[in-house]
Design a protein around this ligand. Structure first.
Ligand code: NAP
Length: 250
């Protein structure tokens, strides 16, 4: 087993995940750049540097998850940080403008197939990947799980009439993040008596493919909160949702 801590970031071939991978490599981790397309993962890993390697991983495919865990076991023998970052905002045509995404996600008209696809990646994928990686994290001296979620899933904030973003709360993406917040809490509660800390990070509205680059924050800013939670010390919290401004209500 290597002395260097190992981190896996899912969906790290671009966007916020790629930046999280770069930041964790800069903090001394060997970083596994998760990518459902190996070639894209390899190209991204090169931009992270010598401490990164691509790991083929489709979070919606159990065989892919099992194979990734097996590669970690045989090639590295450890995993200290898992960042569940992979996510989709919709399952329509790539490049869909943000307003169209919001319209297609409205409760009265959303396609159930699309809602299912979004939950498959953003929620069930996180449960499956976390279950597969937990045996490694349990033996780590400082196991950390960070789920890249969103304050758009906060029921408290969306119940607030003065919140200007609540018009975007449909039945797809935002509730998938509400469910991810619940999943975060479920793992945190079960693992409370272990060294593992489980937290959710909101990157803020960041310019990436996810929102057709309508976001106003850079990926460097978007990665910050997830990286902070990945590096928490032994006295750090577990079972929280936060952004750069501090705790976010569930
Ligand atoms: P992005 O640039 O579109 O990146 C999403 C990543 O997830 C890509 O690498 C994508 O891979 C990957 N992915 C999608 N489905 C996957 C699957 N089945 N298996 C493995 N990887 C998969 O978007 P981003 O903004 O960086 O999003 C990263 C995370 O931040 C997401 O969880 C998102 O919900 C969250 N977030 C983003 C914002 C924002 O404003 N951007 C705000 C709040 C939360 P491909 O290249 O193969 O598609």
């Amino acid at each position: 087993m290597d002395d260097k801590p190992v981190a896996l970031v899912t969906g790290a071939n671009k966007g916020i995940g790629l930046q999280i991978a770069k930041d964790l490599a800069a903090h001394g981790f060997t970083v596994l750049v998760g990518s459902r397309n190996l070639k894209r993962g390899e190209a991204a890993a090169k931009t992270v540097g010598v401490n990164a390697r691509a790991l083929e991983l489709d979070v919606t495919n159990q065989a892919s998850i099992t194979a990734a865990a097996e590669r970690i076991r045989s090639e590295l023998g450890r995993l200290d940080v898992l960042v569940n970052n992979a996510g989709i905002s919709h399952a329509g045509k790539p490049g869909r403008p943000l307003q169209e995404m919001v319209k297609a996600g409205r409760a009265s008209v959303a396609s159930l197939d699309e809602v299912r696809a979004v939950f498959e990646t953003n929620v069930f994928g996180v449960i499956a990947v976390t279950q597969a990686m937990l045996p490694f994290l349990r033996t780590s001296p400082a196991g950390r799980i960070v789920n890249v979620s969103s304050s758009s899933g906060s029921l408290t904030l969306n119940s607030e009439p003065t919140n200007p973003h609540r018009a975007m709360f449909g039945v797809g993406y935002s509730p998938s993040k509400t469910a991810l917040n619940a999943v975060t809490l479920a793992f945190a509660l079960e693992l409370e008596s272990t060294r593992i800390k489980v937290n959710a990070a909101c990157p803020g509205f960041t310019a990436t493919d996810l929102n057709n680059f309508a976001g106003t924050r850079t990926v460097e800013q978007g990665a910050q909160q997830a990286v902070r939670l990945a590096l928490l010390g032994p006295d750090g919290p577990t079972g929280t949702l936060s952004d750069d401004n501090g705790p976010v209500p569930w």
